[in-house]
Design a protein around this ligand. Sequence first.
Ligand SMILES: [Zn+2]
Length: 304
Amino acid sequence: MPLFLLEADERAGPGIERLAARLQLDAALDDDHVCVLVHLVIAELLAGSHPDQDGTSFAGRVEDDRASGAAGSLEPEEVPTLHGRDPIPLGCVVRLAARMAPVVDAYALGPTQTNCYVVRVDAGAQEAVVVDPGYEGIRPGFAVVAILVTHCHWDHLGGIASLAEATGAPVYMPEREAAVLENPQAFFPDQQIRPYKPDVRLEDGDTFDAAGLSFETLSVPGHSPGHVAFATDGALFSGDVLFAGSVGRTDLPFGDWHALLESIRTLVDRFPPETIVYPGHGPPTTLGAEVAANPFLAELRAAT
Ligand SMILES: [Zn+2]
C-alpha cells in the first residue's frame, strides 16, 4: 500500500516530491502548497477509491499526528472544507495513508447472484481484469486482458469459456481445481457449463501482472480444497471464503471448516484491516470489519 508522507517541516521537500511523482502532478512544490497538494491528492484518491457499503465515504484516510494519530474516513463533502481551511501549520505531519485502490465494478449474476468483478487500475483505464465470470453475458466494454477464477464451483465457472473466446484473454485458475473447468459435466451434470482448458495454473504465492495491476495468489482452502484469493493494491478478491457478515459453506463436498478458519486467519494476519474484501456473493467489506463483527469469526477474535 503506497504511503505518502507530507512533512511540512525541513523534510517537506522530499516528501512532497515523492507524492507529486506518484501523482504526476506538475505543481510548484514548496511549503505553501502543502494544503493544495493534500486537496489534489484526496480528489485523486476519491476518483479512484471504492466507496464503502453505504456509499458515503471512501476507503482512504487522513491521519494527523496532532490528534494523537487519530484517523477516520473522510467524507467526500469534507474536501472543499479541508481545502478552505487555513494552510496546514508548519511543523505538523500529514500522512496520507490512502491507497490507490483499483476501480472495481461488480455484477451479481445468475440464480445464486455470484459476483463477477471487472477490475481496472483507475477510472480512465481501458484494460480490465475479470474475476469469476460465473455466468454468460458479461461484456465489460473494456479490453479484458485476464480472467481470474477463485475456485471451481459451478456458479463461478459458467461464463468463462465464452468470455475467454470473445476476448482472447488467458484464464488463470488454481492448479488443484483446473480439472473441474476442463470437464465440468463430470462434476456438475445438471449445469450447462462449457469446458475450458485454463491457460495459467496457479499455486499459492504465484504473482502476475495484468491491466497495470499486480496480483498475488493466496491459497485459501476450506470452502473448496484448491480455492485461491487474489490480492492487489489494498483489494482482496476472496471468492467464497469470506463474506460481509458470513463465511463460505463448508458442508459441500471437500469443505473443511478448520481449513477455512485458518485461511481467513492467514488473510487477516497478512493484510491490513482496511483492505477491501470483494467476496463471491454479497457486498464488499473490509478485513477489519469482519474481524470485529463477523459472527463466524468469534474463534479467530478470541485468539487475538
Ligand atoms: Zn463456491
